[in-house]
Design a protein. Structure first.
Length: 201
Protein backbone atom coordinates (compact mmCIF):
# COMPACT_ATOMS: atom_id res chain seq x y z
CA UNK A 1 0.00 0.00 0.00
CA UNK A 2 1.10 3.53 -0.73
CA UNK A 3 0.04 6.38 1.57
CA UNK A 4 0.02 9.96 0.26
CA UNK A 5 -0.06 12.90 2.67
CA UNK A 6 -2.61 15.44 1.41
CA UNK A 7 -1.04 18.52 2.99
CA UNK A 8 1.29 21.31 1.89
CA UNK A 9 2.34 22.14 5.46
CA UNK A 10 5.95 20.96 5.97
CA UNK A 11 5.54 20.85 9.77
CA UNK A 12 2.56 18.52 9.53
CA UNK A 13 4.46 16.36 7.02
CA UNK A 14 7.40 16.08 9.41
CA UNK A 15 5.21 15.17 12.40
CA UNK A 16 3.13 12.67 10.40
CA UNK A 17 6.24 11.04 8.91
CA UNK A 18 7.76 10.54 12.37
CA UNK A 19 4.54 9.10 13.83
CA UNK A 20 4.08 6.72 10.89
CA UNK A 21 7.73 5.65 10.88
CA UNK A 22 7.67 4.57 14.53
CA UNK A 23 4.57 2.44 13.86
CA UNK A 24 6.62 0.07 11.69
CA UNK A 25 3.89 -0.32 9.07
CA UNK A 26 4.61 -2.18 5.87
CA UNK A 27 3.65 0.76 3.65
CA UNK A 28 5.33 3.42 1.51
CA UNK A 29 4.71 6.98 2.70
CA UNK A 30 4.79 9.77 0.11
CA UNK A 31 3.92 13.43 0.02
CA UNK A 32 1.47 14.87 -2.51
CA UNK A 33 4.52 15.84 -4.61
CA UNK A 34 4.71 12.21 -5.77
CA UNK A 35 1.33 12.73 -7.44
CA UNK A 36 2.26 16.06 -9.02
CA UNK A 37 1.59 18.25 -5.99
CA UNK A 38 -1.34 18.98 -3.70
CA UNK A 39 -4.33 20.18 -5.76
CA UNK A 40 -5.76 23.62 -4.88
CA UNK A 41 -8.56 23.16 -2.33
CA UNK A 42 -10.81 25.92 -1.00
CA UNK A 43 -11.18 25.21 2.72
CA UNK A 44 -14.69 26.61 3.00
CA UNK A 45 -16.29 24.03 5.28
CA UNK A 46 -17.42 24.97 8.80
CA UNK A 47 -15.93 21.84 10.38
CA UNK A 48 -12.43 20.33 10.62
CA UNK A 49 -13.86 17.06 9.30
CA UNK A 50 -15.46 18.80 6.30
CA UNK A 51 -12.20 20.49 5.30
CA UNK A 52 -10.10 17.37 5.94
CA UNK A 53 -12.41 15.32 3.70
CA UNK A 54 -12.23 17.97 0.96
CA UNK A 55 -8.42 17.85 0.97
CA UNK A 56 -8.27 14.04 1.08
CA UNK A 57 -10.82 13.68 -1.75
CA UNK A 58 -8.89 16.12 -3.94
CA UNK A 59 -5.71 14.04 -3.67
CA UNK A 60 -7.61 10.73 -3.81
CA UNK A 61 -8.73 11.66 -7.33
CA UNK A 62 -5.07 11.20 -8.38
CA UNK A 63 -4.34 7.95 -6.49
CA UNK A 64 -2.98 4.71 -7.92
CA UNK A 65 -5.14 1.63 -7.23
CA UNK A 66 -3.23 0.71 -4.04
CA UNK A 67 -3.16 4.29 -2.77
CA UNK A 68 -4.63 6.00 0.26
CA UNK A 69 -4.79 9.78 0.71
CA UNK A 70 -4.51 11.19 4.24
CA UNK A 71 -5.41 14.83 4.96
CA UNK A 72 -5.05 16.78 8.23
CA UNK A 73 -7.27 19.69 9.12
CA UNK A 74 -6.37 21.17 12.45
CA UNK A 75 -6.41 24.29 14.57
CA UNK A 76 -6.64 25.81 17.99
CA UNK A 77 -9.89 26.63 19.82
CA UNK A 78 -10.14 29.10 22.71
CA UNK A 79 -13.10 28.40 24.99
CA UNK A 80 -13.46 32.11 26.00
CA UNK A 81 -13.72 33.04 22.31
CA UNK A 82 -16.56 30.61 21.59
CA UNK A 83 -13.96 28.12 20.30
CA UNK A 84 -12.41 30.55 17.79
CA UNK A 85 -10.27 30.53 15.73
CA UNK A 86 -11.08 26.83 15.13
CA UNK A 87 -11.32 26.06 11.41
CA UNK A 88 -10.07 29.59 10.70
CA UNK A 89 -6.78 29.05 12.56
CA UNK A 90 -4.61 29.26 9.42
CA UNK A 91 -6.08 32.62 8.36
CA UNK A 92 -7.16 34.16 11.69
CA UNK A 93 -5.20 37.39 11.01
CA UNK A 94 -6.15 37.49 7.32
CA UNK A 95 -5.85 35.49 4.11
CA UNK A 96 -2.03 35.69 3.79
CA UNK A 97 -1.24 35.89 7.48
CA UNK A 98 1.90 34.22 8.84
CA UNK A 99 1.88 31.81 11.79
CA UNK A 100 3.22 34.66 13.94
CA UNK A 101 0.48 37.09 12.79
CA UNK A 102 -2.14 34.50 13.71
CA UNK A 103 -0.54 33.82 17.09
CA UNK A 104 -0.49 37.52 18.02
CA UNK A 105 -4.08 37.96 16.81
CA UNK A 106 -5.08 35.18 19.23
CA UNK A 107 -3.17 36.84 22.07
CA UNK A 108 -4.85 40.19 21.28
CA UNK A 109 -8.32 38.62 21.28
CA UNK A 110 -7.58 36.97 24.64
CA UNK A 111 -5.96 40.04 26.19
CA UNK A 112 -8.87 40.87 28.51
CA UNK A 113 -9.48 37.24 29.42
CA UNK A 114 -8.20 36.35 32.90
CA UNK A 115 -5.70 33.54 33.38
CA UNK A 116 -8.28 31.12 34.81
CA UNK A 117 -10.42 31.38 31.67
CA UNK A 118 -7.74 30.79 29.06
CA UNK A 119 -8.60 27.15 28.44
CA UNK A 120 -8.18 25.96 24.89
CA UNK A 121 -7.47 22.92 22.82
CA UNK A 122 -5.85 21.84 19.62
CA UNK A 123 -7.96 19.65 17.32
CA UNK A 124 -6.76 17.44 14.49
CA UNK A 125 -9.15 15.67 12.14
CA UNK A 126 -7.48 13.22 9.79
CA UNK A 127 -9.45 12.10 6.75
CA UNK A 128 -8.42 9.05 4.79
CA UNK A 129 -9.84 8.36 1.34
CA UNK A 130 -8.77 5.36 -0.73
CA UNK A 131 -8.78 4.86 -4.48
CA UNK A 132 -12.27 3.27 -4.35
CA UNK A 133 -13.63 6.32 -2.49
CA UNK A 134 -13.93 4.76 0.98
CA UNK A 135 -13.72 7.55 3.58
CA UNK A 136 -12.75 7.35 7.25
CA UNK A 137 -12.09 10.13 9.77
CA UNK A 138 -9.91 10.06 12.93
CA UNK A 139 -10.04 12.78 15.58
CA UNK A 140 -7.55 13.92 18.21
CA UNK A 141 -7.80 16.74 20.75
CA UNK A 142 -5.21 18.10 23.15
CA UNK A 143 -6.58 20.29 25.95
CA UNK A 144 -4.68 22.91 27.89
CA UNK A 145 -4.25 26.65 28.41
CA UNK A 146 -3.29 29.54 26.17
CA UNK A 147 -0.62 31.65 27.85
CA UNK A 148 0.04 35.39 27.41
CA UNK A 149 3.57 35.37 25.97
CA UNK A 150 5.11 32.99 23.42
CA UNK A 151 7.72 30.54 24.75
CA UNK A 152 9.87 28.00 22.89
CA UNK A 153 11.40 27.51 19.47
CA UNK A 154 10.14 24.05 18.46
CA UNK A 155 6.97 23.06 16.68
CA UNK A 156 5.03 25.61 14.62
CA UNK A 157 1.89 27.72 14.52
CA UNK A 158 0.33 28.29 17.93
CA UNK A 159 2.71 25.91 19.78
CA UNK A 160 4.57 28.75 21.61
CA UNK A 161 1.39 29.82 23.46
CA UNK A 162 -0.13 26.43 24.28
CA UNK A 163 0.54 24.57 27.54
CA UNK A 164 -1.10 21.11 27.69
CA UNK A 165 -3.01 20.18 30.87
CA UNK A 166 -0.71 18.69 33.50
CA UNK A 167 2.37 20.32 31.95
CA UNK A 168 4.28 23.55 32.51
CA UNK A 169 6.05 23.87 29.18
CA UNK A 170 4.48 24.95 25.91
CA UNK A 171 4.41 22.45 23.05
CA UNK A 172 7.10 24.66 21.45
CA UNK A 173 9.35 23.93 24.45
CA UNK A 174 8.92 20.18 23.98
CA UNK A 175 10.84 17.91 21.62
CA UNK A 176 8.92 16.60 18.61
CA UNK A 177 8.73 13.20 20.36
CA UNK A 178 7.27 14.67 23.57
CA UNK A 179 4.73 16.70 21.63
CA UNK A 180 3.74 13.62 19.59
CA UNK A 181 3.00 11.68 22.80
CA UNK A 182 0.22 14.04 23.81
CA UNK A 183 -0.69 16.11 20.78
CA UNK A 184 -3.96 16.23 18.84
CA UNK A 185 -2.03 15.00 15.77
CA UNK A 186 -0.37 12.19 17.75
CA UNK A 187 -3.73 11.01 19.11
CA UNK A 188 -5.49 11.11 15.72
CA UNK A 189 -2.54 9.47 13.93
CA UNK A 190 -2.36 6.61 16.42
CA UNK A 191 -6.08 5.95 15.78
CA UNK A 192 -5.39 5.97 12.05
CA UNK A 193 -2.43 3.58 12.51
CA UNK A 194 -4.56 1.13 14.52
CA UNK A 195 -7.23 1.21 11.79
CA UNK A 196 -4.62 0.74 9.05
CA UNK A 197 -3.02 -2.22 10.85
CA UNK A 198 -6.42 -3.97 10.91
CA UNK A 199 -6.93 -3.19 7.26
CA UNK A 200 -3.50 -4.54 6.27
CA UNK A 201 -4.01 -7.85 8.13
P1 LIG B 1 -2.79 22.11 4.77
O1 LIG B 1 -4.20 22.62 4.63
O2 LIG B 1 -2.01 22.09 3.49
O3 LIG B 1 -2.73 20.79 5.48
P2 LIG B 1 -2.49 24.35 6.62
O4 LIG B 1 -1.32 24.86 7.39
O5 LIG B 1 -3.25 25.32 5.76
O6 LIG B 1 -1.96 23.13 5.71
P3 LIG B 1 -4.86 23.93 8.24
O7 LIG B 1 -5.75 24.58 7.26
O8 LIG B 1 -5.30 22.64 8.87
O9 LIG B 1 -3.44 23.60 7.61
O10 LIG B 1 -4.53 24.98 9.38
C1 LIG B 1 -3.97 24.60 10.57
C2 LIG B 1 -3.72 25.82 11.45
O11 LIG B 1 -3.65 25.44 12.81
C3 LIG B 1 -2.42 26.52 11.11
O12 LIG B 1 -2.54 27.90 11.38
C4 LIG B 1 -1.44 25.90 12.10
O13 LIG B 1 -0.42 26.79 12.40
C5 LIG B 1 -2.34 25.58 13.30
N1 LIG B 1 -1.93 24.28 13.86
C6 LIG B 1 -2.35 23.05 13.47
N2 LIG B 1 -1.70 22.09 14.14
C7 LIG B 1 -0.84 22.73 14.96
C8 LIG B 1 0.13 22.28 15.88
O14 LIG B 1 0.37 20.99 16.05
N3 LIG B 1 0.81 23.19 16.55
C9 LIG B 1 0.60 24.52 16.37
N4 LIG B 1 -0.28 25.02 15.50
C10 LIG B 1 -1.00 24.14 14.80
Amino acid sequence: MRLYLATSNPHKIQELHALLAEAGLDIEVHTAEALGGMPEVVEDQDSFTGNALKKARALAALLPADGLALADDSGICAVALDHAPGVYSARYAGENASDLDNLYKLLDELDSVQDLDRAGYFACHLASVDASGEETVFVGECHGNIIRKPRGENGFGYDPVFVPLGHERTTAEMSQEEKAELSHRGIATRKFIAWLKERLM
